[in-house]
Design a protein around this ligand. Sequence first.
Ligand code: SF4
Length: 533
Amino acid sequence: MNLRRPNANEATGTRNRSKDVAQNSGICTVCREDCTGFCEIFLSSFRGREAIYPGPFGEITAGADKQYPVDYSHLNILGYALGAKAIDESNPDKAIFPEVDTTAVYGHLYPVRMKMPLFTGALGSTDIARKHWESISIGAAIAGISVVVGENVCGVDPELQVNDKGKIIKSPEMERRIKIYKRWQEEYGDIIVQLNVEDTRLGVAEYVVEKLGVESIELKWGQGAKSIGGEIKIKDIERAKELQKRGYIVVPNPSDPIVQEAYKKGSIREFERHSRLGFIDEEEFMKTVEYLRRSVGVKRISLKTGAYGPRELAMAIKWSSNARVDLVTIDGSGGGTGMSPWRMMEEWGIPTFYLQCLAFEFAQKLAKKNKWIPDLAMAGGFSTEDHIFKVLAMGSPYFKAVCMGRALMIPAFVGDNIQKALTGRGPGRWESLPMTVSKYGTKPEEIFTTFITLKEKYGKEFEEIPFGAIALYTFVDKLKTGLSQLMAGARSFRLDSLSRNDLVCLTEEASKISGISYVMDVQREEAEKILNS
Ligand code: SF4
């Protein structure tokens, strides 16, 4: 069985000429010498390295479509006809799904409450994150969930000001991002700023904490889409040179006269800015956490780790336990904002389901030794309320939230496009409403189910909320309702009452990996007792 055929995918804008394709190579069974295209090998023959990345950069997000042997669809949620947890079950007017409490809490000494166990993926220096930031951050703030500012935001800010030691004095783009979220933040949710190698050199933590009032910093060990740090594309050679001067790895080298000549002639049209690989070390990790807490004044520290193998996962959980890290986000492979190498997205790492099962096992082992367990969150291809249920139930009691990357960006795109079509304002792209939207109406109050509720709540300020933020709020509202229904069906009325017993595995392989009961084995003893009584 082939899990993913290479050499053609919409992500790289490639396809096979023939419908008959050799599974392993992805090459058409008959490959013609006069073929006019358009598979990945064909494209790479003249555009070379450009064929590595999904595109068009800055306008898309991409997610791997490899079919892993086991994923979250191998779990089903159990429903019950009796009993209820975290509610007065004797009152049928109370034990109803709108009464489910979806409030999540994470963090150690300064806990953060969120209205849903949900936060955004890291929105870093990619164009698509920058363009839709207002919608995503305001949407997250009014929905009461946390938002993460990704790596390199200061590093690529064209208006960045640094002192003679190369440390940040001012980054208008970072300032904009933080101010927007904080303005709309209520008592739920938090803004977290990521730190990679270049960010550390620039003094991003010191800048955002001391000057911008940020309380939470996230250390980063790679991510889901790739294990080599953040990347973006740059079209302008002068900008490429500027980023190279700031210490980034830029390829091809824009200072090389041959590359400059190729750029002039048009054969090289873009440059790639790459971050450096991090090299983790326990002593350094402990020192960094200590420094951020004591010297910089960071209140909460999180760690984001990618789809690495069990060794790095064990390090992430153990070291975070020792350092009393507030949250560890474990990102299974798969999605990104468009500049992760496509084949890397498809082929690297421990897939999300397996990764969460390992993390649960490791947390449980440490807990048995009376070690303190940091709150855990899972990322990597989640988009629905049942995903949230399954992650929290399977990871109970250690997993507290789900990080949604691409899924939480779609509402911002949709809302921004609606706004552009209706008002001509904002980063959207539509000239007019497509039928898929206009069938619900042509005014925003007819299109968005939450429009009137939010207008009522925010009064005059409502005018400043972009449609993309309303869309994100509306999407989170759908997730909240759906999650409440699933939880009520499982008779759990608070997130901390979810348990591994609320799930069954549909395949024996999933059961072996997760330790969750196989569907034909679950509740057998209780059933037998009833039958024999
Ligand atoms: S070059 Fe053409 S015929 Fe050959 S594998 Fe690619 S698409 Fe198919």
